[in-house]
Design a protein around this ligand. Sequence first.
Ligand SMILES: C[S@@+](CC[C@H](N)C(=O)[O-])C[C@H]1O[C@@H](n2cnc3c(N)ncnc32)[C@H](O)[C@@H]1O
Length: 305
Amino acid sequence: MIDESFHIPVLTEEVIDLLLVKKSGTFLDVTSGFGGHSAAILEELNGGSLIATDQDPEAIRFLKSKFKTEKRISIHQARFSELHKLFSANDFDGILADIGISSYQLDTAERGFSFMKDGPLDMRMNQNIGEDASSWLNNASEQEISNIIWKYGEEKKAKRIAKAIVEARKSFKIRTTKELAEIILEETPRRFNDKKHPATKTFQAIRIFINNELEELDLLLDFASKHLKIGGRTCIISFHSLEDRMVKRFFRDHSRRDPKLSKLPNLADDSSFKLVTKAIKPSENEMNINPRSRSATLRVIERIK
Ligand SMILES: C[S@@+](CC[C@H](N)C(=O)[O-])C[C@H]1O[C@@H](n2cnc3c(N)ncnc32)[C@H](O)[C@@H]1O
């Protein structure tokens, strides 16, 4: 049984304010998760409707039960990379993505995302597809492991950690989150002034790799840029700098004149989008109530023609 208190949606007021410009419109929440933002959208709609998607089958089961009497929502299991296929004929007044993992996924030991809870080293957001983290970690080369930890975790000690993983797996198969966390802790012990657990970046990197998160985000941005109505908005909340950098660049490049043409005189700005606001961070108050919101950044773009 999923407990709803697991997940407190972030930046909800700001999202509602910036996304729901037309309350009679059609909206798409592509990371509906535990339905926090979806519920807030439904509450504000006036004649509009919502399509809610997520790739996690457990989230979909939960959403179908949470919204079982709600006629204005339709719920589908889908990855970002499947949106083009599913909604090729739809355009939206607003698209919302609150990317990353949910608190439920992080806090459920069996999902294998957390070094704080011992569980099978899985890390797949959809456990029905793809290779889990344990299988990858026990078969990948040291160089590959090091590259992933460096690229997706921006972990300076990536080489040392990869070497320690490969050394450890000579004596046992790494199957649990605790085993992996202990290998990392032994190689890079926690110092008294460390704010973060030494395994934080490695766990993040493996999770991003296993779920193909950056490629998925790229496809989502492409989908959103092609499926907004004029006046429609896309709101994206991201939780780490790799994702936020991608969103920032994509929004910037789509909301300014083609740099190759910018030197030509008297040329009208031909961009189809405008940035609605600067990046938005949660208020101090929200961060105090929900410390996990601390690393969230919201960016918003609008289609203007
Ligand atoms: C931070 S949670 C969203 C929580 C949600 N906004 C709420 O209020 O309950 C992120 C969700 O995005 C989903 N997700 C992440 N990457 C995805 C992808 N590539 N395709 C579809 N869903 C994805 C995860 O399964 C997770 O449920």
